[in-house]
Ligand binder design. Structure first.
Ligand SMILES: *Cc1c(COP(=O)(O)O)cnc(C)c1O
Length: 358
C-alpha cells in the first residue's frame, strides 16, 4: 500500500486568513491597487498576446524593465513565479545532500519549510535581544562543517528591522558559502546591495513584485547575481516558469518609475503613521503592546494578548497576523489605520473590564 513519505504526510496546505475580510493587514501586501492608466496599458498588452504560444523562457521584457528601474544590467536578472519559487529552486539546486542552511530566528518561515522539503539541515541563529541580526554569530555558524548557504531577509520579515549594507557585506566577504539575501522589503529602505551584486561570486539577491510594487496577484519575483550564478539559475529553472500575462504586466509596471517611487514613499509614510498610532495605544495600554519600529511596510508588536486581539479583530472583519508572542500588522490607508486603531481600543477596553485589570 502506498504511503506518503514522512516529510510530507502531516503537511497542511498554506492557509491564509479566510473569509470576507473588510481590512486586510495580514500579508504585507501593498495597500494601493494599480492606477487606471496602468490597468489600461495592461488591457492593451493582453489583447496582443498569442495565447497559443509558450512564454519567453528568459522573460526578457520584464527582466529588462526591472533592471532599468533599479539601474542594473538585465544580464544579471532571472525572473521567477514569485520569489517563493526562486527560494525553493535555489535550495534544491544550489545545495547538496547533507548540507546545512543557515538562517536567523525569527525570519521568513518559508526558508525552514523549503529546507525540510529539500531534505537539508537547517540551523537558525537567534536574533539579538533588540531583534537585530547577530552578524558575528552568523559568520561563526557559516564556518561550521558542510554549510551550503546562508539565507535571511533584509529588512526582516517579521521583525521589520534592517541590517546596514556594510554589515551585510561583512557577512558575504567573511564566508565561503552562498549568501541568499532576500530584499523583499528593500524598496522601503535604502541599504540595498543590488547594484553591487555582480561584484560577488557567492551572492544571490531576491526581490519581489508582491510588496512595494503592489502586484502580489501576478506572482513575480527576481534573482540578481553574477553571471555564473545567473547562468546556473537559468539552466535549472523550469523553462516556462513565468507566464506571458505576468511577464507583460510586470514589464508595464516596472516601466512606470515615477508611479513606483511615489507609491513606495506613500507606503513608508503609512507605516510611520501606523507605528505612531500603535505607540500611542501602547502608552495607554503598556501592559498589552510593545511596538517595534522598523524599516519595511509593517509593524511588529510584542503582545501577551495577541491571540485574543487577533480573534477580536477577525470578528470585526480585520485581518492581522498572529505569531505567538508577537503580532504583525501591515501598513494600510488612513481609513484602514483609523478603523484598526478604533477596533484595537475597543478591544483593550473590553479586555480590561473582562479581566478586571487596570
Ligand atoms: C513576501 C515575501 C516574499 C515574497 O514572496 P513572493 O513569492 O514573491 O510573493 C519573499 N520573502 C519575504 C521575506 C517575504 O516577506
Amino acid at each position: 500500500m502506498y504511503e506518503l513519505n514522512k516529510k510530507i504526510k502531516d503537511l497542511k496546505p498554506y492557509d491564509p486568513v479566510k473569509g470576507e475580510m473588510k481590512i486586510r493587514l495580514d500579508a504585507n501586501e501593498s495597500c494601493v491597487n494599480l492606477p487606471s492608466e496602468i490597468i489600461d496599458e495592461i488591457h492593451e498588452a493582453i489583447d496582443r498576446i498569442d495565447f497559443n504560444r509558450y512564454p519567453d523562457p528568459n522573460a526578457s521584457g520584464v527582466c529588462g524593465a526591472f533592471a532599468e528601474y533599479y539601474g542594473i544590467s538585465a544580464d544579471n536578472v532571472t525572473a521567477g513565479n514569485g520569489s517563493d519559487e526562486l527560494i525553493s529552486l535555489i535550495m534544491t539546486a544550489f545545495m547538496m545532500k547533507g548540507q546545512t542552511l543557515i538562517t536567523t530566528e525569527p525570519d521568513f518561515s518559508m526558508y525552514r519549510f523549503y529546507t525540510s522539503i529539500a531534505e537539508l539541515e537547517c540551523v537558525s541563529v537567534p536574533k539579538n535581544d533588540d531583534l537585530t541580526i547577530n552578524t558575528d554569530a552568523i559568520i561563526k555558524a557559516a564556518s561550521g562543517k558542510n554549510v551550503g548557504a546562508i539565507i535571511f531577509s533584509n529588512p526582516c520579515n517579521p521583525t521589520s528591522k534592517g541590517l546596514q549594507r556594510d554589515e551585510v557585506k561583512r557577512i558575504i566577504e567573511s564566508v565561503d558559502c552562498l549568501v541568499i539575501l532576500d530584499e523583499a522589503y528593500m524598496d522601503f529602505w535604502d541599504e540595498s546591495l543590488l547594484r553591487e551584486a555582480c561584484g560577488y561570486t557567492n551572492l544571490i539577491i531576491l526581490r519581489t513584485a508582491s510588496k512595494a510594487v503592489g502586484a502580489a496577484a501576478i506572482r513575480l519575483g527576481f534573482a540578481v547575481a553574477c553571471e555564473s550564478i545567473t547562468n546556473a539559475l537559468k539552466a535549472v529553472k523550469s523553462p516556462y516558469n513565468v507566464n506571458t500575462v505576468t511577464q507583460e504586466i510586470g514589464r508595464i509596471i516596472f516601466s512606470h518609475d515615477e508611479y513606483l517611487t511615489k507609491t513606495k514613499n506613500y507606503i513608508v509614510t503609512q507605516r510611520e503613521s501606523l507605528y505612531n498610532s500603535l505607540a500611542e495605544l501602547e502608552r495607554a495600554y503598556p501592559q498589552y503592546f510593545k511596538a517595534v519600529n522598523g524599516c519595511s511596510n509593517f509593524v511588529y508588536i510584542k503582545s501577551p494578548v495577541g491571540r485574543e486581539l487577533f480573534e477580536y479583530l477577525y470578528s470585526k472583519g480585520t485581518a492581522i497576523r498572529y505569531m505567538g508572542e508577537y503580532i504583525r500588522i501591515s501598513a494600510g490607508t488612513d481609513g484602514e489605520i483609523s478603523a484598526l486603531l478604533a477596533q484595537m481600543r475597543e478591544f483593550c477596553e473590553a479586555y480590561k473590564i473582562d479581566k478586571g485589570n487596570d
